[in-house]
Design a protein around this ligand. Structure first.
Ligand SMILES: *[C@@H]1O[C@H](CO)[C@@H](O)[C@H](O)[C@H]1NC(C)=O
Ligand SMILES: *[C@@H]1O[C@H](CO)[C@@H](O)[C@H](O)[C@H]1NC(C)=O
Ligand SMILES: *[C@@H]1O[C@H](CO)[C@@H](O)[C@H](O)[C@H]1NC(C)=O
Ligand SMILES: *[C@@H]1O[C@H](CO)[C@@H](O)[C@H](O)[C@H]1NC(C)=O
Ligand SMILES: *[C@@H]1O[C@H](CO)[C@@H](O)[C@H](O)[C@H]1NC(C)=O
Ligand SMILES: *[C@@H]1O[C@H](CO)[C@@H](O)[C@H](O)[C@H]1NC(C)=O
Length: 543
């Protein structure tokens, strides 16, 4: 049947051989190179079109002076296309389209757009290669600026507009034209995946351009970005620089981490250093307060001021009029990323850059000197190009038949996972839709033991974006991963009830657990090896 369809479609297409039906690799290479002459996409010039064999290491010399990826190893025979699309007289977006040879048979003519992280100027090459391995035509873009800082936004509103939503939209449109042109076939389904800033982009697509993607995998999204910047700034005010009486060192945060395990690990019935339901955990940092004559050096205890820092860290942030701004940080914060970015004793660079380069357009503005809760009010009021990504009416996505899969790590040290619960609850209330109704198109999975996007001490690997180039990732069956679960939901109506998580440590799998869909809970059965999925069940007994 499939063979027959291929023949019929082949007969309908123009006489020129298409890249996908002609199995001849030379023809594929030839047509790839020819794209630089043949491609016609709006406001777009082809910078490069080249064949790249599987296993070849691609290098990106243009990333020499920034923190973007310097190389990637291709995981399929692909046609690589690099495009430059003009978005205004002062802005342009670089898009990379990686198109595999077996798009038709293996890839089922699927399109996959990847998201950006941090300040968004890096193309997620690892995710592109991973997508190619599954047969997707995989796409990424530089979000309208090179490198992971906010400096390009300074005095440059068009570049900022690209960054917040337009580059995603434009790159998606242009890449779809490129894929259709190259294969001379229609795209069957379009997908998006991204974490952090890329998670926010996915939510932006769900909220504002629901017809562009059939399936969206949004991970640890930077929703309510003004709140996140305010929270990061508040952490610096709270800790002060290293050496301040209110500051905690990495070792002291590790001590706090162990304290939380002591206080809360029992709640889910398994002492494994992983909290299945951290919402039930209310840390009591006073447990670490030094007694008379005790010090950190002598007793590994904290001063009253440090205890207060931890207390505030685990409390929601309220604004100028006492209004809720952001939820508390996850109880089991690890030092992996958050410490380096937001509470390591220097002002959060993402937040400070946003204020300097965007909101106040003043490089002398600093969190230390100039931040107050009123800054958050002003940022929200301005809501530059809708950066807040806070729309809760997802009815257009529902009506277009799109599917949105959201997951968030429960030990995320950068963007508290409680923000995703918060958003989900807002959607339920604002749409007046019970979770059973949202399940039709929007499902949320809390992932225990996962830090920000990747790594962690629990079953954190779920085959999502940014997890693709960690050690051992390629040894795990991608068919069980979050991306392919989304694909089966979109294409086969098999909606995911769980996401399989792998406890991947140093490249080796040490256990597996199925993470249940919210508001169900992942509950230990009371007996059995906690590293086996069969020892857990999804329960709605307590929701
Ligand atoms: C990187 O910076 C150096 C020194 O400023 C410069 O010579 C070089 O051209 C830059 N490389 C790229 C790829 O921009
Ligand atoms: C992309 O096009 C713009 C014009 O819109 C140009 O200024 C820019 O240099 C081009 N970038 C590259 C990498 O060719
Ligand atoms: C920031 O704070 C410094 C020090 O208090 C002050 O001199 C400066 O005027 C402030 N800048 C703005 C833009 O408010
Ligand atoms: C989103 O944020 C904007 C600006 O902060 C606010 O005006 C709007 O009411 C918010 N929307 C929702 C649905 O909460
Ligand atoms: C597709 O759906 C059918 C019935 O809903 C199910 O039996 C089958 O396993 C699904 N196939 C895949 C690949 O998920
Ligand atoms: C992983 O590697 C680190 C650093 O080499 C080591 O300290 C740790 O014990 C290893 N963990 C496991 C579970 O093998």
């Amino acid at each position: 049947m499939k063979y027959f369809l291929t023949l019929v479609l082949g007969a309908l297409s123009p006489a020129v051989s298409s890249a996908s039906t002609n199995g001849n690799i030379h023809s594929f290479q030839h047509q790839c190179t020819a794209l630089s002459r043949t491609l016609r996409a709006p406001n777009t010039e082809v910078i490069l079109s080249e064949f790249v064999a599987s296993g070849v290491k691609l290098t990106f010399p243009e990333s020499a002076n920034n923190t973007c990826p310097k190389s990637v190893i291709s995981l399929a025979d692909i046609c690589r296309l690099r495009l430059n699309t003009t978005t205004s007289s002062t802005s342009s977006v670089i898009t990379e389209v990686f198109m595999p040879v077996d798009w038709e048979s293996k890839g089922k003519r699927r399109f996959l757009m990847g998201g950006n992280g941090g300040n968004g100027g890096c193309i997620p090459y690892g995710d592109l290669a991973f997508g190619n391995r599954l047969g997707f035509a995989a796409v990424g873009h530089d979000n309208g600026h090179a490198g992971d800082t906010s400096v390009p936004f300074r005095n440059n509103p068009q570049v900022l507009e690209d960054h917040i939503y337009r580059a995603l939209f434009v790159a998606g449109r242009v890449a779809k034209v490129a894929v259709r042109t190259f294969y001379n076939r229609p795209i069957s389904k379009s997908y998006y995946w991204g974490c952090s800033a890329g998670g926010r982009q996915g939510m932006k697509a769900a909220q504002d351009f629901p017809d562009e993607y059939d399936g969206i995998l949004a991970v640890a999204p930077a929703l309510y970005e003004q709140a996140l910047n305010g929270q990061a700034s508040t952490y610096f005010k709270l800790t002060g620089p290293p050496g301040s009486p209110t500051f905690l060192s990495v070792d002291q945060w590790k001590r706090v981490h162990r304290m939380v395990i002591d206080q809360c690990d029992w709640i889910d019935g398994v002492l494994d250093g992983v909290l299945e339901d951290p919402m039930k955990c209310q840390p009591r940092p006073e447990a670490l307060l030094c007694g008379a004559g005790q010090t950190w050096d002598s007793h590994r205890c904290l001063t009253a001021k440090q205890v207060n820092t931890v207390r505030e860290f685990y409390s929601p942030l309220y604004g100028t009029n006492g209004q809720f701004i952001a939820p508390r940080m996850n109880p089991l914060t690890r030092e992996f990323l958050g410490f380096r970015v937001n509470y390591g004793g220097s002002p959060g660079p993402l937040a400070e850059g946003w204020y300097q380069d965007v909101l106040f357009n003043d490089p002398s503005w600093t969190i230390a000197n100039n931040f107050s809760l009123a800054t958050i009010d002003y940022d929200m009021q301005v809501d530059k190009y809708g950066v807040g990504t806070n729309k809760t009416d997802l009815s257009a996505l529902r009506d277009s038949g799109g599917k949105l899969l959201l997951y968030h790590g429960l030990v995320d040290g950068l963007i508290t996972s409680e923000l995703s619960y918060h958003y989900y609850g807002n959607v339920v209330r604002d749409m007046g839709a019970r979770p059973e109704e949202l399940d039709q198109f929007f499902r949320f999975f809390p992932i225990s033991g996962l830090d920000h996007c990747f790594t962690g001490e629990g079953p954190w690997f779920v085959g999502g974006p940014v997890q693709t180039d960690v050690r051992g990732a390629l040894n795990i069956d991608p068919e069980q991963g979050a991306l392919m679960k989304l694909v089966r939901w979109v294409e086969n109506g098999t909606a995911p009830e769980t996401l399989m998580g792998y406890k991947l440590i140093n490249g080796t799998v040490h256990g597996k657990r199925e993470h249940c869909k919210y508001p169900k809970k992942t509950v230990y059965r009371g007996v059995g090896d906690p590293d086996l999925p069969s020892s857990w069940k999804c329960s709605d007994a307590f929701v």
